[in-house]
Design a protein around this ligand. Structure first.
Ligand code: ZN
Ligand code: ZN
Length: 100
């Protein structure tokens, strides 16, 4: 079964604007994520993943791109938003994104 989501053509620009406005910080934990132009050569792949800011749809509807529906989150917070209260996430899946 496909869970393909319906993002708009200009989603990248929308998401970029949200991240810029947030100063590339996670809305939930305030963690500073990688900004465009940051030197990431010293980071491992998983560190880069953990420091990637994503734009989350508060109502889980990707076609709803009102600003109030768009929340910038770090990878860990994004996962917790999606998996919070669900029992089908394995600890290993989450620990991928843990940062020591
Ligand atoms: Zn966060
Ligand atoms: Zn999300």
């Amino acid at each position: 079964m496909s869970r393909r989501q319906r993002y708009p053509d200009n989603w990248k620009e929308i998401a970029f604007a949200v991240k810029e406005e947030a100063g590339w910080r996670c809305h939930k934990c305030g963690w500073q994520c990688i900004k465009p132009g940051d030197d990431t050569s010293g980071l491992t792949k998983s560190e880069r993943t953990a420091r990637t800011l994503v734009v989350h749809h508060a109502n889980r509807m990707p076609e709803d791109n009102r600003r109030s529906n768009l929340i910038p989150l770090c990878t860990a917070c994004h996962l917790s938003y999606h998996y919070l209260g669900q029992s089908n996430v394995s600890p290993g899946q989450l620990s991928l994104f843990e940062v020591s």
